[in-house]
Design a protein around this ligand. Structure first.
Ligand SMILES: Cc1cc2nc3c(=O)[nH]c(=O)nc-3n(C[C@H](O)[C@H](O)[C@H](O)COP(=O)(O)O)c2cc1C
Length: 589
């Protein structure tokens, strides 16, 4: 079956059947105490997919390899969260290089004995990196003299030209967008995760998309750029736009699944006129306009990633079809020019414990981000830092600007994920289970679905506008380890957490395709917390391996109204002395 055309979705099932398929996939890929989700059960090393996709034969444009001190300079980390604090950089090749460096590039090589592997700015489950990035940009000096669709190659920090676009075609794609806007698209080689994780892999690919969207949104912010997911688009149009529907022409190349497209633009270019309140952005991208705009002349041929054909899992084929987005929402997005405001720091509010700001640059924090392999079981974090970290993941709408703070302005849907926290070592806070309602309007709904005996009391000194509740005091370390597939990192940390999604109602409201968006939102939360951990002098790790229903039982969820989709942990890391760290790229050109 050709899975990449618009008609495929219709082959799947009717709307109810498709929803059931997604619910069944989710149910069947849960880990249980006595049974993990199905996978091969062994590592087929000889067939491991190459983590680097290349399009052989396409022109390669190297991006300048910039030193940390080179322009464009990185703003202070804390400025990322002060609206209007960062001046917009012009969209030129150096700024694009920084943008991709901070979002998708290699950040270090690790070596143990003879074995070497690359780490990237964006984390990935199992370091398998299914997410591929694409840019659709105008004739930026230093790139090719015409607009083009480029594939980003992390190994070389370069752009491969996939297709040339006429000026007119490009202009029609970006009609209605602010000046100097460009598009970034993501697609996943799901096989990279399936190779190791079998049936649960589809979930991990979606987490990784969320991390990539988050890393790109934050990278854009370092340059004074904004970014917004164009979520009205259908997957068939996206596949055609990114050219990933063409890979099937070469039977030897593993497929890429289209994920999402976002527009990026300098924030000072938003509204056309200074005193204009809003700038409405209609979405003009349609399958026909894309087919007309993208040139017929394509370059390059996707490389084969594995020796043998991908192992097929029927339920993965089914969920890919069931989650395929064939609907188009003609959504009108309101873009507003950023006016400078100063964020109220968490520690300036009454009774709130003080927190030391991070003095590093944003670039430094992004470059040093790593997953901890182990925590020391000792390090605690001050309660002020804890509250600041949590405040950064609450997408509170700014009263003056009527828009969500960075990076939550990238997601055009209402927040649907909350945090259940296992607090182990936070100075000034009793250990126990807490809940952060990222959308305070949902607090009662959560409360109604959770254990009756939970206390729901505001913790001492908690900022008034942080919707955090103490549910139960107690030592949750062993519990956190147990439900996180017995991984010590969940209990040796300062705190770990489960990301609780408004599950069944979201899928019914938006459609089965929203299943993927729920995971993207969790990935974005994870990306913010990864950087926050580095900024507060600790380290973090995403946890995709957890026992789903045991987590639900701890919290009292007994149906599919809420589901935990992703876990996370933060604490004082223990370095592995057997590993050496090498620079990401040589700087000799
Ligand atoms: C979605 C996701 C799930 C992950 N799950 C686990 C996990 O269960 N256990 C673990 O030790 N690390 C986990 N990690 C951490 C990855 O192994 C790590 O991101 C990867 O090795 C790359 O390393 P880096 O984060 O230092 O770049 C996860 C990461 C992501 C993004």
């Amino acid at each position: 079956m050709n899975r990449w055309t618009k008609e495929d979705h219709a082959l799947g099932a009717d709307a109810v059947g498709v929803l059931e398929m997604v619910m069944r996939y989710h149910q069947e890929t849960k880990h249980h105490f006595r049974r993990y989700a199905r996978s091969l059960g062994y590592m087929d090393w000889a067939n491991q997919p190459d983590p680097f996709r290349r399009y052989r034969g396409s022109p390669l444009v190297s991006l300048p390899r910039l030193r940390p001190e080179d322009a464009p300079h990185s703003p202070p980390y804390e400025d990322l969260y002060r609206a209007g604090a960062i001046a917009s950089a012009p969209v030129d090749i150096r700024a694009l290089s920084r943008f991709l460096e901070y979002s998708l590039s290699i950040s270090a090589w690790k070596q143990a004995g003879e074995v070497r592997w690359a780490l990237r700015a964006n984390p990935s489950s199992g370091n398998l990196h299914p997410t591929e990035g694409y840019l659709l940009v105008g004739p930026v000096p230093g790139l090719l003299p015409m607009p083009g669709l480029y594939h980003y190659t992390a190994k070389e920090h370069a752009l491969e030209l996939r297709a040339e676009l006429s000026e007119q075609g490009f202009a029609s794609l970006l009609l209605g967008f602010p000046p100097h806007a460009f598009l970034i698209g993501f697609a996943s080689v799901n096989w990279r995760e399936t190779w190791k994780y079998g049936e649960r892999a589809f979930r991990y690919c979606q987490h990784d998309v969320g991390h990539a969207v988050g890393s790109a949104r934050i990278a854009a912010q370092t340059l004074g750029w904004r970014m917004l997911l164009l979520d009205g688009l259908d997957d068939g149009t996206l596949a055609a736009l990114l050219g990933v529907d063409r890979n099937q022409d070469f039977t030897e190349a593993e497929q890429e699944h289209p994920d999402c497209l976002a527009v990026v633009w300098p924030a000072d270019q938003a509204a056309g006129v200074a005193d204009e309140e809003t700038n409405s952005l209609p979405l003009f991208l349609t399958y026909d306009s894309v087919r007309e705009s993208v040139a017929q002349r394509w370059h390059g041929k996707a490389n084969r990633l594995s020796r043998d054909d991908p192992v097929r899992w029927q339920i993965l084929d089914q969920v890919e079809v069931a989650c395929w987005k064939s609907s188009i929402e003609r959504r009108v997005v309101e873009l507003k020019r950023r006016r400078p405001t100063v964020e109220t720091p968490v520690d300036s509010r009454r009774d709130v414990p003080s927190v030391a700001p991070c003095y590093s640059s944003a670039g430094q924090v992004i470059r040093q981000r790593r997953s901890a392999l182990a925590f020391d079981g000792i390090t605690s974090i001050p309660v002020g830092s804890f509250y600041t970290m949590l405040a950064r993941v609450v997408p509170r709408v700014d009263r003056d600007h009527c828009q969500r703070p960075m990076p939550w302005d990238v997601l055009p849907w209402e927040p649907a994920v909350h945090l259940a926290l296992f607090v182990h070592r936070v100075d000034g806070l009793a250990p126990g289970i807490y809940l952060l309602a990222r959308d305070p309007a949902k607090t009662n709904r959560l409360r109604g679905a959770m254990r009756r005996q939970f206390a729901w009391t505001p913790p001492p000194g908690c900022p008034h506008d942080l919707p955090l509740f103490l549910l139960e005091t107690g030592d949750a370390r062993a519990l956190a380890v147990e439900v996180s597939c017995h991984q010590d990192i969940a209990g040796d940390s300062a705190f770990s957490l489960g990301m609780i999604a408004e599950f069944e109602a979201s899928l019914r409201q938006y459609g089965p395709w929203f299943y993927r968006r729920l995971f993207w939102e969790t990935g974005l939360i994870g990306q913010v917390l990864y950087l926050e951990a580095e900024a507060r002098g600790v380290r973090a790790t995403g946890i995709g391996c957890f026992f789903d229903d045991p987590v639900h039982r701890v919290l009292g969820f007994d149906d599919a109204t809420f589901q935990s989709l992703y876990h996370f942990t933060t604490g004082g890391q223990v370095e592995d002395p057997r590993l050496t760290t090498l620079p990401p790229y040589s700087l000799d050109h």
